[in-house]
Design a binder for this molecule. Sequence first.
Ligand code: IZC
Ligand code: ZN
Length: 424
Amino acid sequence: MKADLIIKNIDNLITLKGPNRPRVKEEMKEINIINNGIVAIKEDKIIYVGEGELPNNIETDESTVFIDGRGKTVTPGLIDPHTHLVHGGSRENELAMKLNGYGYLDILAAGGGIHSTVKATKEASFEELYEKAKKSLDIMLGFGVTTVEAKSGYGLDDFETEIKQMEVAKKLNEDHPVDIVSTFMGAHAIPSTYKENPRGFIDLIIEKMIPYVKEKNLAKYIDVFCEKGVFSVEESREILKAGQKYGLLAKVHADEIEPLGGAELAAEVGCISAEHLVAASDKGIKKMGEEGVVAVLLPATSFNLQTGKFAKARKMIEEGVAVALSTDYNPGSSPTENMQLVMSFASLIMKLTPEEVITAATINAAAALKLEEEIGSIEIGKKADIVIFDAPNLNYIIYHFGINHTDKVVKNGKLVYKKSNKII
Ligand code: IZC
Ligand code: ZN
């Protein structure tokens, strides 16, 4: 068999080899490091992973691309399983309010927050949304991210805008090296037109929007913002179940700010993941562990909200919950595309070990999207999505925080990003 691309002499090849399912407890530490590692790729798939040289049955010729891994740390492509990628505008005008002690929900209740992004997203054309999201995707790729989840939710009752967001995500998935998987999140806030009649909006989502999203294949997942003053546990249950009835996989924004019981709901309805979980109850965490719901933790959001409260990641791991990490990239509570910063926060603030962090940013993030069979580890048969970090080891990437350690990114077997240190 002829290899198209080979990465060799890799000082630290972190494969994450293991079962294709969410990794829990001690499994989150078993990341499988090969020193002097080598990876061979044919087309978009990994065909060999080992130490030293290639075996005899893998050939190379003048068309084979070689990448030298000396002094480098190599991992599976990072996966960002929770973003609000496609949106109009920005919300830096909320900074003064935040510094004056207004909380996220105060700003939302005052008609700002999500509502301000809804307005900007409605006003933006398809092309404007596309260009803005593409810029962010380029940045994400530069940070080593090869798969991104993208939510709708800035159109609300304006279904055309919801569709526009999902169409932009679809087009970007076709055009851009990064894979984008789409989530329908019409239930992101109660639109002002339905303030007095939230039931009417829920009916609209269930009766009109979900069937349309499914029919046009606009999303694979459904998500609801289950939060005080947004959607109650009962309303969230109803919407998630309606989505599941149409074959959408359920995810839920759970217990981000107030402890409503979102974690319990995620376990009850069989969500593939529950996200945020800063205020999740111990009972809810236990139930998530029992039902195999992946916890997607978003420490950059906690940092940005300035509450000093972070999800209890250690407790979750103890209870057998598979922990994943994500940027939550959005214009309000997490305006950053930097997955490497999230990894540093997860370790330095939430006390995950570097091994747990890389598991959470790769195979468990894949599991949060039900993509663990295809991506999330460097193993024969998996998609060749690989990051080459200019770092001597994993600890270094996490310790030297806030900067970009990416040297190269291979996506679908092709070299798609190369660091440039040009100073002119
Ligand atoms: O635009 O504020 N938490 N939704 C729920 C968000 C953050 C995104 C936003
Ligand atoms: Zn979110």
